[in-house]
Write a protein that binds this ligand. Structure first.
Ligand code: GDP
Length: 267
């Protein structure tokens, strides 16, 4: 049978292939489905939902400044037009499957990737033992970033040269949640561990790197090797990583403004 991801690509190219699109990924339980549901409603979108994986057409709130509108005067009528985009959810696999993922990052008009993480789930456990959720999230994000690095190094003439990544630290309404700067630090530190094990060959690659056939390109993320990983190491391959907090649900209602702004500035 056709992998689910291919259905997504077909669906998308048959409908609104010219709309800018964002891909939503992340560990299962991080809040992706909830975000799609919120964006569908909050954006007054003409919604059309399919079986998972889910693609929804969303409109940015008119109050969100987009990169293309920021130099227009406030009275410009085109500011009143909703900026639309597609947001595609992926099933919350713990690992990337290279073939599926590859077919997702190739479509035209991909403007960015949102990696959603549960900021309450990855807070360090009080017992001092390793945190499985943090490890899972870090491994997933490591594989995603490595894939984007390899994609940049492959230099396809058609692919966009830059692809921003938003790490959306979700569930900040929960008091056990780590604030965004700590989510960033925790992920960078755990990705360092993932990378270190990978370079020692102690951990299988999650995404079938051998299939990419890119010759002798380095197989590790960023600077590789022994040092500490941080997200600025991705700048070299034009992947800018932003970590921003928010919550989709919560007693005081959602707070997704920073994510809207990030989408707006990349649309
Ligand atoms: P997915 O697997 O990534 O699609 O995650 P879901 O959208 O299904 O969310 C997983 C669980 O987290 C559900 O029980 C949601 O109600 C809950 N959830 C999602 N976002 C938030 C949030 O911002 N705050 C809180 N407190 N719970 C959330």
């Amino acid at each position: 049978s056709i992998p689910l991801f291919l259905h997504l690509v077909i669906y998308r190219s048959a409908s609104s292939s010219t709309l800018p699109s964002f891909l939503l990924v992340g560990p299962s339980g991080s809040g992706k489905t909830s975000l799609l549901t919120l964006f569908e409603r909050g954006g007054h979108a003409e919604t059309r939902t399919s079986q998972a994986p889910l693609t929804v057409e969303v409109s940015l709130p008119v109050t969100t400044t987009t990169a293309s509108s920021q130099y227009r005067s406030a009275n410009d009528p085109s500011n009143q037009i909703h900026k639309k985009f597609l947001l595609a959810d992926t099933p919350g696999h713990g690992k990337l499957r290279h073939h599926a993922f590859d077919s997702v990052i190739k479509p035209q008009n991909l403007k960015g990737i949102i990696f959603m993480v549960d900021a309450a789930d990855i807070s360090t456990s009080s017992s001092g033992t390793g945190n499985e959720a943090l490890w899972q999230a870090a491994e997933y994000l490591h594989d995603l970033l490595l894939l984007l690095q390899k994609r940049a190094n492959t230099k396809s003439p058609r692919g966009p040269t830059e692809l921003p990544v938003l790490v959306a630290a979700n569930k900040l309404d929960l008091f056990t949640a780590l604030p965004a700067p700590l989510v960033k630090a925790a992920l960078e530190s755990e990705i360092t561990n993932v990378r270190s094990l990978r370079t020692k060959g102690l951990l299988d690659s999650g995404i079938g790197m051998n299939d990419l056939d890119i010759g002798d390109e380095k197989e590790w993320l960023g600077d590789g090797g022994e040092g500490k990983f941080d997200f600025t190491q991705m700048d070299e391959v034009n992947v800018s990583v932003t970590v921003a907090g928010g919550n989709v649900l919560g007693a005081d209602g959602p707070d997704v403004k920073q994510w809207w702004d990030w989408i707006g500035s990349n649309i």
